[in-house]
Design a protein around this ligand. Structure first.
Ligand code: BGP
Length: 482
């Protein structure tokens, strides 16, 4: 089967905190993520977000060596970016989604001037892409709020953080406008309601009750919605030829069976975990179903007078999302399903990765159709891929047939969605190269088509090796055959 869209963008995505390393080099300060320790997991499928206490983070500042903190080292992209981008090009990628570390540009969050050395690094990376004719999508905040903003201002709970973010965005627009094609202010903006630490820079241990936590997470999220809208407003002035999008973690859910009580549960679940976020950024207003939910749960959000107008005026140009899996919803399963907003329940028709992420290519076609029907805005798949425990074989490669199958099955469903009439213009796999995992801090949860020789404690040579999927992707880029 031939992929039908000629001008489709194909590439890979990474995040600064998972690849760069050099956490304290050239003026960079620590981010919250770089203070999360690596602790081996026994039960991978049941251990997604570990709650960490603030005292752990303070201990992390003291730990200068940092070997238990893999995100401080990443995969040394800071020093090896040329080699990596050359490999991306060799694979055939024509788009690269990367993120910029706020803490490299404004190490204290509120510095008067940006850090020149940080700007230079990104200038070099972007130049490298430009020379190689690779389009660039930049995420401005990929979970990595500078720790100084957490300490001084209380992260995204404080509206002052909106101003700091806007200043950071203005610097990026001024410096990099002609080198970036697409901008995403936030990675997975719905993370705010899943993990206040990762999403908002606010420690989970701050909250005493569920209501306190919920109110705070929706408040922080609201502040991010406003920040995103203001960044789009500014970006359109400073970079008129660029496009501005949102990024939502999309877990598509199905009712476990045709019992209407499960169907309605699934509907409200999707409203709370998916539609709400897209609705605000693409339609420009809070939907009634969420206002009803806030009222019933006694969740109060402080809004300023102009907020409604700011949201309404500055909707996104395109919608991007991450898609790894789907899940089921059923009230019968009670707390187990209802309590876990991330994964939901098992689907007897699907296989899952070792981390319990259920593989569902057809779900991607469904998702693309749903999003297109609902918003009629161009779509971009910003992340999709499979994490696996892998080792190099005697030939210094990995025979990752499962990844080839995962990718090709998803590509086929994108093709089907295009035939359905969906306007989807690009795809960036997570990831072209092995990186440190966002949720578990494991290096051994590998997604790349390029193997990186580091273990969970950053032992290894750091050398790069092409997996079988690298050749498969390269071949696909030449003939577009699936
Ligand atoms: C998304 C994040 C990425 C990434 C990916 C895979 O939520 O945007 O940063 O890491 O998921 O998740 P993990 O690394 O936890 O397996």
């Amino acid at each position: 089967m031939k992929f039908i869209k000629d001008d489709f963008l194909w590439g890979g995505a990474t995040a600064a905190s998972q690849i760069e390393g050099a956490y304290n080099i050239d003026g960079k300060s620590l981010t919250l993520l770089e203070m999360k320790e690596f602790k081996p997991l026994k039960d991978r499928a049941n251990n997604h977000f570990k709650i960490t206490d603030k005292s752990d983070f303070l201990k992390a500042i003291e730990n200068k060596e940092g070997l238990h903190y893999p995100k401080r080292f990443g995969i040394d992209f800071y020093s090896r970016y040329k080699e990596d981008i050359a490999l991306f090009k060799e694979a055939g990628m024509n788009v690269y989604r990367m993120s910029i570390a706020w803490a490299r540009i404004y190490p204290n969050g509120d510095d008067q001037k940006p850090n020149e050395k940080g700007l230079n690094f990104y200038k070099n990376v972007l130049n490298e892409c430009k020379e190689k004719n690779i389009k660039v999508m930049v995420t401005m905040s990929h979970f990595d709020i500078p720790y100084s903003i957490v300490e001084k201002y209380g992260g995204w709970l404080n509206r002052k953080t909106i101003d700091l973010f806007l200043k950071y965005a203005e610097t990026l627009f001024t410096e990099f406008c002609d080198m970036v094609d697409y901008w995403l202010p936030f990675n997975e903006i719905n993370m705010a309601t899943w993990s206040t630490e990762t999403g908002l820079g606010v420690f989970e241990s701050t909250f005493k009750t569920k209501n306190e936590r919920d109110s705070a997470s929706y408040q922080g999220l609201h502040n991010q919605f406003i920040a995103q809208a203001k960044v789009i407003e500014l970006g359109k002035k400073l970079c008129p030829s660029a496009k501005f999008g949102c990024m939502v973690a999309n877990i598509t859910t199905y009712s476990l069976n045709c019992n209407p009580i499960n169907e309605i549960e699934n509907l409200t679940r999707q409203q709370k975990t998916r539609w709400f976020f897209y609705d605000v950024v693409a339609r420009g207003k809070y939907p009634t179903y969420i206002k009803r939910y806030f009222e019933e749960e006694n969740i109060n959000i402080q809004m300023e007078k102009d907020d409604v107008e700011i949201l309404e005026k500055n909707v996104v140009d395109f919608i991007s999302f991450s898609y790894y899996m789907s899940a089921t919803v059923a009230v019968e399963e009670g707390e187990k399903t209802a309590g876990n907003l991330i994964f939901g329940g098992k689907n007897p028709y699907l296989k899952a990765s070792e981390w319990g992420w259920q593989i569902d290519p057809i779900g991607l076609r469904i998702t693309l159709n749903e999003l297109w029907d609902r918003y009629q805005k161009p779509l971009f798949i910003a992340e999709n891929g499979i994490g696996v425990l892998e080792t190099l074989n005697d030939q210094n490669t990995v025979e990752d047939n499962y990844r080839i199958e995962y990718l090709s099955e998803h590509f086929k469903q994108i093709n089907e969605a295009i035939k359905d009439g969906v306007d989807v213009f690009g795809y960036t796999m997570w990831t072209p190269i092995d990186v440190v995992s966002a949720s578990t801090n494991e290096m051994s949860k590998r997604y790349g088509m390029i193997f990186v020789d580091y273990d969970d404690y950053h032992n290894g040579t750091g050398n790069r090796f092409k997996k079988k999927s690298f050749d498969w992707f390269q071949n696909f880029m030449k003939n577009k055959e699936l």
